[in-house]
Design a protein around this ligand. Structure first.
Ligand SMILES: Nc1nc2c(c(=O)[nH]1)N[C@H]1C(S)=C(S)[C@@H](COP(=O)(O)OP(=O)(O)OC[C@H]3O[C@@H](n4cnc5c(=O)[nH]c(N)nc54)[C@H](O)[C@@H]3O)O[C@H]1N2
Ligand SMILES: Nc1nc2c(c(=O)[nH]1)N[C@H]1C(S)=C(S)[C@@H](COP(=O)(O)OP(=O)(O)OC[C@H]3O[C@@H](n4cnc5c(=O)[nH]c(N)nc54)[C@H](O)[C@@H]3O)O[C@H]1N2
Ligand code: SF4
Ligand SMILES: [Mo]
Length: 759
């Protein structure tokens, strides 16, 4: 067996000095140039108007904007809007797709477009349908849409499903789940199934809560941050401001990432132009580069070192936790050789990390997709939270565990009940509302939905945003699966790959919707820090367009299906009434009942833990042992490429976001901070390339178990040897899904690939 632990940890420079394209700090001047370029451009007026509009930022879950204004965060600090929000807004204020485009271009032609080309077509501006056997999308009127949708939703409830992506509002999310559950379907797949579902699963079992237990205010008091498997310099840039300030206050920051991401080493923030923008502020105090997929072993190593250094908080464990003995026993009895060979980080580095954590007073543990998109992701989260508990860092001011969430309202979707793991309290409240039990049939999460569709078990699918086709592994399978569904209804703001490849058997309908800052009424969202924001009503620049608000479409469909049972659905077209229902049925959301009168945004009750009292049956936190992963890579022979068996290299491929994309939507081609000039690049360690006899910039083939990408350019980067990085969604064409069974989340961050050069 070929294992990537054969490469032992060796310090790689923060950037590869042979790659002249790479900047020396993350952020910095290019951010200002981007800001200036866009805000001073012809679209500048619209952009500024939107930035000042009182609505929550569209882009990420860190959360900014709302009633305090576009540039203010929940603690009242100013200057809180990053370039990513500009990127997201500028994509939304584009003109409509030219009127004749869909009449002129056949679906085969549209299928040739890249993700970026799809997005650049412009905003969707009228509803359209692709009928079976037809070659073109054509305009459709609302009456026909509702009649097709109504018939499709009258299929047996277990054959009706939805998929959603966390860009829409809480109100739309609430109506979506109520519509499906009233029908008798629990098939509420959501993008969080591909994202933080493992965090939700683990946190629920350990603490009886499902989200971050840290507020922004609390984060600011930490004296140590552990940041594992996330790249906020790209994906939650405002978190970088917090990290800069924390470092200045003397806090230590430990980064855990197989790639030395330049922005996590040094970041230049426009928020601090004098002290940071040009030279960059130091972020990491200690940077550990584990083997992809090995974080559980790394954290068990830190636990073992804590034990050996006498830094375990035994009093805390005895008073507030359960099963701590087994966790300590595992850490004590796992030998160092097993730990270091599994994670590829030396004992000395793990001891250094343990010393920092154990000697700090208030540690926040944050994590992203490197932790959750793994085959043992729930164990990864357990291992992080165990480490937090062993050092007494959950349930106190300035400390805690913090999944760093994705879409701007993905957490709100979960809170509203758009999940296949419904909270018991919500289930009871909904059953009371409906006057009958919910269907006992378990719903499909995203991967189950794809499999069920492929097996011909789904007739109808409604997609509230997102890109189900391109977000999944194995694009050929996604396409096949979706083509078995009779009716697919996409509600979207912009065209994407899914609208052209994810086609239904009979009718594919694309409905253009208003985005968050264009809604005709106020709507709310929930940030990853559990803060609920209220966005003001707005208007769209697409004056001639036939757009609809998500809530309006969903409530109208529900009214046609369910009449006035269990509520007067048409009345809900005023979201104030939806907010009343939310207040009655969603725990922690009571304050939303009066938000229309008070405009008062709020932190959700029961989420932030500053005392070690947990919502578990015993009131104590449950700890779980975390078996170390067995990380082997397949032999080159197993890829079935005979010519490459001798000279090919098997690598653990991490598939992630570039600097300028939002999930499946690509805004700009290259990745300037990683020195990758375009999207068809593979970032790998120079030592691997030299061992294989390749040179930088040469083309290679990257073969997975479902396909290959050719002419991929080799780029040297600070990736640990044995590992590599490529961009999604393109790379989703080449590998099959391997999922974590407790959460359903695919292992996007450890994909075995064979890389070879033509001989
Ligand atoms: N601008 C922008 N913002 C976004 C998004 C976007 O696409 N663009 N997407 C949003 C969404 S939905 C999400 S979920 C978040 C995603 O935000 P992140 O969690 O930052 O997601 P990624 O960029 O996919 O991967 C993050 C990091 O994981 C590291 N990694 C890979 N494998 C491992 C591993 O085995 N162990 C460790 N420790 N690290 C590993 C990678 O090197 C990479 O730096 O961002 C949200 N915000
Ligand atoms: N290989 C690989 N695959 C991955 C990941 C990875 O790291 N690697 N990450 C996974 C993760 S974390 C996630 S969250 C998923 C993302 O998966 P999704 O959430 O399904 O995909 P997005 O690309 O965010 O969806 C973008 C589309 O949403 C629509 N949209 C935007 N705003 C709105 C709105 O206000 N209303 C409505 N109705 N529609 C709107 C637009 O049409 C846009 O084209 O991808 C997953 N797939
Ligand atoms: S950090 Fe996230 S929420 Fe804040 S401005 Fe940037 S993209 Fe928007
Ligand atoms: Mo995500």
């Amino acid at each position: 067996m070929n294992t990537d632990s054969q490469h032992h940890s060796q310090p790689t420079p923060p950037y590869d000095e042979t790659n002249a394209e790479m900047p020396e700090i993350g952020g910095g001047l290019p951010v200002i140039q981007y800001w200036a370029g866009h805000t001073l451009s012809p679209e500048g007026y619209k952009l500024w108007k939107t930035l000042f509009h009182k609505s929550a930022c569209l882009s990420c879950s860190w959360g900014t904007g709302g009633q305090k204004g576009g540039f203010t965060n929940e603690t009242g600090e100013k200057l809180q809007r990053c370039m990513k929000s500009v990127e997201a807004i500028s994509a939304e204020i584009k003109p409509a797709v030219p009127k004749q485009l869909f009449a002129q271009r056949s679906i085969q032609q549209l299928q040739q477009l890249s993700s970026m080309e799809c997005d650049r077509l412009g905003r969707l501006s009228f509803p359209m349908i692709l009928r079976a056997g037809q070659s073109h999308y054509e305009r459709i009127d609302w009456e026909e849409i509702y009649s097709i949708a109504e018939a499709a939703f009258r299929q047996p409830p277990e054959r009706v499903a939805s998929y959603s992506s966390g860009r829409a509002s809480n109100e739309a999310a609430y109506v979506l789940q109520l519509l499906l559950r009233t029908l008798g379907s629990n098939n509420l797949a959501d993008c969080s199934d591909l994202c933080h579902a493992p965090s939700t699963a683990a946190l629920k079992q350990m603490f009886g809560t499902r989200t971050s237990v840290v507020s922004l205010e609390n984060l600011k008091q930490a004296d140590c941050i552990v940041l594992a498997g996330g790249n906020p310099a790209y994906n939650q840039p405002r978190l970088m401001n917090e990290l800069i300030q924390l470092r200045e206050q003397g806090a230590k920051i430990i980064v855990i990432n197989p790639i030395m991401e330049i922005g996590l080493v040094k970041f230049g923030s426009p928020a601090f132009p004098l002290k940071s923008l040009f030279t960059g502020s130091e972020i990491s105090s200690l940077y550990l580069q584990p083997i992809p997929g090995s974080d559980t072993a790394l954290f068990v190593g830190i636990q073992k070192a804590l034990l050996q250094q006498n830094l375990i908080k035994l009093d805390y464990l005895q008073a507030h936790t359960e099963n701590w003995q087994a966790v300590l026993e595992q850490a004590g009895s796992t030998d160092w050789e097993t730990i270091t060979s599994t994670c590829g980080v030396s004992q000395a580095e793990l001891e250094a990390a343990a010393q920092i954590i154990g000697q700090s007073e208030r540690v926040v543990f944050g994590w992203g997709m490197g932790i959750t998109q793994q085959q043992n992701s729930v164990d990864n989260v357990f291992a992080i939270c165990n480490t937090a508990l062993l050092t007494g860092n959950v349930g106190k001011q300035g400390a805690g565990v913090m999944p760093i969430r994705g879409h701007s309202n993905v957490q709100g979707f979960g809170s509203m009940g758009v999940t296949v793991e419904l909270k018991q309290e919500i289930q009871q409240a909904l059953e009371q509302l409906l006057g009958r039990p919910l269907s006992p049939i378990k719903g499909y999460h995203t991967r189950h939905l794809i499999e069920a569709a492929e097996a011909g078990k789904v007739d109808t699918l409604l997609c509230l945003g997102g890109n189900l086709y391109a977000a999944n592994p194995d694009l050929a399978q996604s396409k096949r699966a979706l083509s078995q569904i009779d009716t697919i209804i996409y509600l979207a703001t912009k065209p994407n790959l899914g609208h052209f490849h994810g086609l239904a058997r009979q009718n594919t309908i694309v409905i253009p919707v208003l985005n968050r800052f264009e809604q005709p009424y106020k709507v709310t969202t929930e940030s990853g820090n559990n803060f609920v924001r209220l966005s003001d009503a707005g208007e769209t620049h697409l004056k001639q367009a036939d757009l609809i608000a998500e809530v309006e479409f969903l409530t109208e469909l529900a009214a046609r299906l369910h009449g006035t049972y269990p509520v007067n659905w048409r009345e809900l077209q005023n979201p104030q009434y939806i907010r009343q229902l939310i207040a009655q049925t969603i725990p922690g959301y009571e304050k939303i009942a009066t938000i229309d009168q008070t405009q008062e945004e709020f932190t959700i009750g029961g989420r932030i833990l500053t005392e070690p009292n947990f919502s578990t049956p015993s009131g104590k936190a449950s700890m779980f042992e975390t078996p170390l992963p067995q990380l082997t890579l397949p032999l080159p022979e197993s890829f079935g490429v005979e010519s490459a068996t001798a000279n090919g290299l098997v690598l653990a491929l991490m598939t992630a976001r570039s600097y300028s994309q939002h999930n499946t939507v690509v805004y700009k081609n290259g990745d300037q901070y990683r020195g990758m000039p375009h999207r068809n690049c593979i970032l790998l360690n120079r030592l691997d390339a030299e061992a294989a006899g390749w040179q930088e910039h040469q083309p290679v083939t990257v073969q997975g178990d479902a396909g290959k990408l050719e002419q991929v350019e080799v780029i040297y980067g600070a990736v640990r040897p044995g590992a590599a990085l490529m961009f999604y969604p393109e790379v989703n064409a080449i590998f099959k899904a391997r999922i974590e069974t407790r959460s359903g989340t695919p292992a996007y961050k450890r994909v075995p690939v064979l890389v070879y050069a033509a001989v």
